[in-house]
Each structure stands twice: as structure tokens, then as C-alpha cells.
Write a protein of this length. Structure first.
Ligand code: CA
Length: 127
């Protein structure tokens, strides 16, 4: 089996300390918030992951944006199937994935000024 460009992704970062978050925020990097879902939740886990195509994560060409869209579409589909099926993993009904390309989750990609293509996080509808 040969991997094509739509199968070749890498995890960039998951759990992040608050110190690292503040360092990224202060450095003027792509991080826009002082508190992140990458930081440990009450259970010591990250609720965010940065994942990107292996060859060039900051390329914003149409081809690369399509690769990100395919990546998130697959993640979201699998996540929703895990919620529906008896997989042994308990996922609350109000829990969803949110992609840094569509912060308000309305399926419209041109309604935000800050895009974080590699970023995917858990959100809870009632929080
Ligand atoms: Ca949107």
C-alpha cells in the first residue's frame, strides 16, 4: 500500500504547559490566546491537537487547504461514529470537534480572520 498526500499527516503538538502557551503567545507566534485547550484539563489531558500534512504545514495553497479539509473531515467522521457506536469510549453527546479553520462550526470558511489549520479541539455545547 502506498500513502498519498491525503494520508500523510503528523501530530505537531498535544499537551502544552501554561508556560509554553504564554511563551508562544508572547512571542507573536500563531498563538492568539493566553489559555489554550492544549493545556491540561481537570484530568491532566489536552483537549486539542495540532496535526498537519507532513511536507509543509504552513502552506496555504488550495491543494494544502484541501488536504487539511480532508484531514479534519476524516477526524470528525470518526469522532462522530465513535459517539454513535459502542466502541467502549464514552464521549458525551454534547462534545464535538472544532477545527481552527471554522471556529463557529457553521461550515463556512470565509467568516473568520484567524485560521489555525493544524488545530483541532474538543468543545462542549453547553460550556
Ligand atoms: Ca465558520
Amino acid at each position: 500500500m502506498t500513502l498519498d498526500v491525503y494520508d500523510d499527516y503528523q501530530v505537531i503538538e498535544t499537551l502544552r504547559s501554561h508556560e509554553r502557551q504564554m511563551s508562544l503567545y508572547s512571542s507573536g507566534s500563531n498563538t492568539k490566546v493566553k489559555v489554550s485547550k492544549h493545556e491540561a484539563n481537570d484530568q491532566g489531558l489536552s483537549e486539542a491537537v495540532d496535526i498537519a500534512p507532513k511536507d509543509n504545514m504552513w502552506d496555504e495553497s488550495p491543494d494544502m487547504l484541501m488536504r487539511y479539509a480532508v484531514m479534519f473531515g476524516r477526524m470528525d467522521s470518526i469522532f462522530n461514529l465513535m459517539k454513535e457506536w459502542n466502541t467502549g469510549v464514552t464521549i458525551p453527546d454534547n462534545c464535538y470537534l472544532r477545527w481552527g479553520r471554522d471556529w463557529d462550526r457553521d461550515g463556512e470558511y470565509n467568516d473568520q480572520t484567524f485560521n489555525d489549520y493544524p488545530h483541532v479541539e474538543l468543545i462542549y455545547k453547553d460550556k
